[in-house]
Design a protein around this ligand. Sequence first.
Ligand code: SF4
Ligand code: SF4
Length: 411
Amino acid sequence: MAAAVYFAPVRSVKKRSMVARVGTLLERAGIAGAIAEGDLVAVKMHFGEKGNTGFVHPVFVRETVARIKQHGGKPFLTDANTLYSGMRSNAVDHLQCALQNGFSYVTVDAPIVIADGIDGRDAVDVRIDGEHFESVRIGSAAVHADAMVVVTHVKGHEATGFGGALKNIGMGLGCRSAKQRMHADFKPEVLAEKCTACSRCVRWCPVGAIAIGPDRVAQVDFETCYGCGECVASCPYAAIAVQWKTTPRALQEKIVEHAKGALDGKDGNTWEQILALECELNSDVEAYVKNDHLGFTIPYIHQGRSHSYVPDFLLRLKCRDHEDVDRTLIVEVSGGQKSPGPTKVKSLTARDSWCVAVNNHNGFGRWGYVEITTMIGVKQALAEAITALYDDAPIIGDPDLLDFNEVARGA
Ligand code: SF4
Ligand code: SF4
């Protein structure tokens, strides 16, 4: 369905100012129905760069803030940090830039909260099951807001043609590493002359793909690297190069997927929230963790290229009486709309190869894998997988691939 578009001419008629028309536009667009009493309302902004005028002037933003307050909302201005170094790549400089361009509590009557925090890593994974990304990382202030009003200046853009509201939301609210993922099929390149061997990227790489080499320069293991872009965002010396190679079409699709993540917000993680609740309630679950930045990955090959699969959850089961065996269940919460090709390969690899290999090794306890594709039957699917793991039942298509009777080979 096409969206309704409301338009106000700049030309002055009937002695109505442009500022007053901004208020009218917001009312016509339905701001009353979008905000409930007490809602935290993110006003998505672009605060401009130092010395330019390419942003919506604070007087219009002040009117937007006033209208939100009239409807009971608690507005705050927000934007996420930029990937490129400059005056908006961290929250301190970003706020300074906003101030220089006229945005302050005094001028707009609302606080400014940088969406992805002090250094661009305060972000939330929002599951979207898109063509390019299963989940996207969105600045947490935007995700946790109750409502959003998007204030956009339209502009030309070298890669997307035009930049409008979708780009303002998608590219604008993705955290720094998300911006990298949108902009490139990423392969980080360490600039040896800038690297100080501080090891910050080593600590932040979620899959342990970086090490400091004998020449005191960070080295990337491209077999392990999956292109998340965290290292670019984490390096304080801009010693990891930003790659800008991607097609305009792919870039626009990625922007739209991030816009979806920003708009879905908390609801985008509903499935994972339900699974977490089931884990809390299941008496067989000793502990569980969302597999985020833990470094637990499963290598797999899809269309001739090697990748690293990051499953969603790890569940540690309680030990049964008279047993001293650790049992861990890998849980993937996938959803039916996920692109079937890589999803199927990942699941098959995890279930039929990885778990089989680890179980046959006999040194890391027993592992099982379940992919949950519908939330309606999540309780039963989880219970069945747990029972199968306790029973050492085959979790594979071919039971012969499991051999728990083999002599232990040690950890
Ligand atoms: S964070 Fe930057 S400077 Fe530090 S080791 Fe990594 S690449 Fe080198
Ligand atoms: S892009 Fe991500 S996975 Fe690759 S080296 Fe950097 S932090 Fe590690």
